[in-house]
Design a protein around this ligand. Structure first.
Ligand SMILES: Cc1cc2nc3c(=O)[nH]c(=O)nc-3n(C[C@H](O)[C@H](O)[C@H](O)COP(=O)(O)O)c2cc1C
Length: 218
C-alpha cells in the first residue's frame, strides 16, 4: 500500500466511537505519543493557547456526567478522557504571550515592539478580536488542531476516539474549577475527547461528495 492509500485508510479508520470496551487500556507508550503529537501542534503565532487535562478521577467524572451529555458513551468505557482548555483574554500584551515569547520562543518581550504592534493590529483590526468572547473563540478554534492531530495519531496506532462538544460549558467549568482542576479566570473549556478501544464495528463514512466541498478557483 502506498502512503496515499494509507492516509485515506486512516481517515476511514478514525470514527467517533460510541461504545468503548472498558477492559482495554492504552499503553503508556501509545498515550505518550498521542500527547506528544498534541504538544507539537501548530498555533497562531506559536502562542500555544491550550492545556490538556487528562481526567482520571472517578468522582470528578461522575460530577461531570450529567452536564457532559455528549460524553456519556465515553465515560462508560473509554480508557482516557481529556478536557482541552483554551486560554482566556490572550491579547498581544497578556502575561501568557509575554511568557511564551520570553520563556519558550527565546525573544525579549517588548510591549512596544513592531511584533507586538503587529499582533495587536491583527487581533483588533484584521480579526476583530475585541471582546472576551471573541478572544476565547479564537483560542478555542486553535485547540481543535491538537484535537484533530490526537485523533489521527490515535487512529494510526489503532486506537479509537471521540471528539466531544456535547456539554454545558458553564457547568463543566464550575465543576472543574471547584475540583481545583482549572483556574476559570485564566482558562475556559474548549472541547473534550475520549480515547480507547471500540466495542462495536466501525460505521462506513457518510460524507458529501468531493465536488460539493472542494472548488478550484482559477
Ligand atoms: C467538534 C465536534 C464535536 C462533537 N461532539 C460529539 C459529542 O459530544 N458526542 C459524540 O458522541 N460525538 C460527537 N462528535 C462526533 C460527530 O458526531 C462525528 O464526528 C460525525 O458525525 C462524523 O462521524 P465520524 O467521526 O464517525 O466520521 C463531535 C464531532 C466534532 C468534530
Amino acid at each position: 500500500m502506498d502512503k496515499n492509500e494509507e492516509l485515506i485508510n486512516l481517515a476511514h479508520r478514525r470514527y467517533a466511537t460510541k461504545k468503548y470496551d472498558p477492559n482495554k487500556h492504552i499503553s503508556d507508550k501509545d498515550w505518550n505519543t498521542i500527547m506528544e503529537v498534541a504538544r507539537l501542534s501548530p498555533s497562531s503565532m506559536g502562542f500555544e493557547p491550550w492545556q490538556f487535562l487528562l481526567i482520571e478521577n472517578k468522582d470528578l467524572k461522575q460530577k461531570m456526567y450529567n452536564d457532559a451529555w455528549g460524553a456519556q458513551n465515553s465515560f462508560n468505557g473509554a480508557d482516557k478522557f481529556v478536557v482541552i482548555l483554551a486560554k482566556k483574554n490572550m491579547t498581544a500584551t497578556s502575561p501568557h504571550v509575554k511568557h511564551m515569547s520570553e520563556d519558550v520562543q527565546g525573544h525579549t518581550f517588548d510591549p512596544n515592539s513592531p511584533f507586538t504592534k503587529k499582533v495587536m493590529d491583527f487581533q483588533q483590526n484584521d480579526f476583530d478580536l475585541n471582546t472576551e468572547r471573541a478572544l476565547f473563540d479564537w483560542t478555542s478554534k486553535q485547540t481543535y488542531i491538537p484535537l484533530a492531530n490526537m485523533m489521527t495519531a490515535a487512529a494510526a496506532l489503532d486506537i479509537d476516539s471521540c471528539p466531544i462538544e456535547g456539554f454545558n460549558r458553564d457547568n463543566i467549568e464550575k465543576t472543574l474549577a471547584d475540583a481545583g482542576a482549572m483556574d476559570a479566570k485564566e482558562w475556559g473549556v474548549s472541547v473534550m475527547a475520549s480515547f480507547g478501544y471500540r466495542d462495536q464495528d466501525i460505521t462506513p463514512k457518510k460524507r458529501q461528495p468531493m465536488e460539493a466541498v472542494y472548488r478550484v478557483i482559477k
